[in-house]
Design a protein around this ligand. Structure first.
Ligand SMILES: [Zn+2]
Length: 223
């Protein structure tokens, strides 16, 4: 620097300052704009997600109304038959959780979707499809449970816990007693889920999960 003539040095300094000012000015202008735009986008995404959730809940409510009207028109035997039970209505113990579904991911699978082994059975079904109590029981938990999404836990008289996961909405409250085949909520895709489905877990005595398909078959059903 000391060998640079004064005027050239001044010119260089002025030029550098001008560049710095320009950069500073553009950075000062650009930065908040980017933040505002990203903030706006995030707000938009949140708003869209809220609208989608609202629509799904309305759809679920409409489905439930239609289902309730339908239930009022058919007999108990026909209703139970929809959930896979074909015996004497007075002797029913267990029914399937859904009237119509496609069996998808099974119990005990491992893969990128699950942190450990898949602890339940997946049943693919449309968003808003009514979910029913597989047995008489008491609702012991309704909450957003991380990867399980909106989850309802039903405790059966023998202490078995049945988990209904990824629900769109829930129509029961903690402490409520429900009867076999009563509607408890709707299918959804909340939590760690790639599409609307029921993730059903069966935990004898509230312990480790067992294969829900085996449990349903042992109860005389053909899931
Ligand atoms: Zn699952």
């Amino acid at each position: 620097m000391s060998s640079v003539p004064f005027r050239a040095g001044l010119a260089a300094t002025v030029a550098a300052t001008a560049v710095a000012l320009t950069l500073g000015a553009s950075a000062a202008h650009a930065a908040p704009e980017v933040v505002v735009r990203e903030d706006g986008r995030q707000q938009q995404a949140i708003e869209l997600a809220r609208q989608v959730a609202e629509r799904e809940q309305r759809l679920a409510a409409l489905n439930r109304q239609a289902d309730a009207r339908d239930r009022a028109l058919i007999g108990r035997q026909e209703l139970l038959a929809r959930y896979g039970y074909h015996g004497d209505p007075d002797a029913v113990r267990v029914v399937l959780p859904l009237a119509s579904y496609d069996v998808s991911a099974g119990f005990g699978l491992t893969g990128p979707l699950w942190e450990a082994e898949h602890g339940g059975q997946d049943f693919s079904a449309g968003t808003g499809e009514p979910l029913v109590a597989v047995s008489d029981g008491v609702v012991t938990d309704v909450s957003y449970a991380g990867p399980y999404g909106l989850r309802t836990v039903l405790e059966l008289p023998d202490g078995t816990e049945v988990w209904y996961c990824h629900q769109t909405d829930v129509t029961v409250v903690v402490g409520q007693e429900v009867g076999v085949a009563d509607v408890i909520g709707s299918v959804g895709s909340t939590g760690n889920s790639t599409g609307p489905h029921l993730h059903l877990e069966v935990r004898p005595a509230g312990g480790s999960p067992v294969d829900p398909m085996d449990w349903l078959r042992d109860a005389g059903l053909a899931p």
